[in-house]
Design a protein around this ligand. Sequence first.
Ligand code: HEM
Ligand code: HEM
Length: 140
Amino acid sequence: PNKLKLYSYHKWIGMTVLLLFVPRLLWRLTHTPPKALPMPAWQHRIAEGTHHLLYLLMFLVPLSGWLMSSAKGFQVVYFGVLPIPDLIGKSEELGDLLKEVHEALNWGLFGLVGLHVAGALKHHIIDRDSTLRRMLPFGK
Ligand code: HEM
Ligand code: HEM
């Protein structure tokens, strides 16, 4: 029973990430962030590419979880009160495949977040520029 409870919490948090992704993307598309600080062109390209992939995975990771739950026949009931429609019909085979997909995408996300945080720390500790500080409300 504890396992089922933890799965539910996992799904609620994941669906919340998916929900928040929508206003975040709309905000980002209608607002221009500050220009990147001076750095070699290849570093800028990697940083931008990482940001794009992070956005992509912030969408695909929870979506693959939702699809997996649908295929496995375990409907998400948001916070135990709001039943979320299944995206696809029940299929054990597809459910197993989507579990692999969810896991693989998560490894990708894990690696990218690691690279992203390493980049932020490199700017802060080695380059000693304000890339990280200017993201923080109290760092300005
Ligand atoms: C940002 C969102 C999410 C993240 C970072 C995330 C991350 C993970 C990770 C790391 C695992 C373990 C994978 C493994 O090693 O097997 C997992 C499993 C799982 N996730 Fe997610 N997840 C997210 C969203 C969701 C959503 C929205 C759902 C469903 C609505 C979901 C359903 C599941 C289920 C059912 C499992 C267990 C699979 C199994 O072992 O049978 N996840 N998730
Ligand atoms: C300790 C953790 C983290 C730190 C220190 C950090 C740091 C930063 C910094 C300094 C920037 C600004 C880069 C710039 O000015 O060009 C940034 C942007 C960004 N971060 Fe993080 N970050 C963290 C975690 C995450 C996570 C977990 C995600 C996503 C799963 C993420 C996604 C992004 C994205 C997408 C941008 C680009 C924003 C945009 O241009 O719209 N970050 N991060």
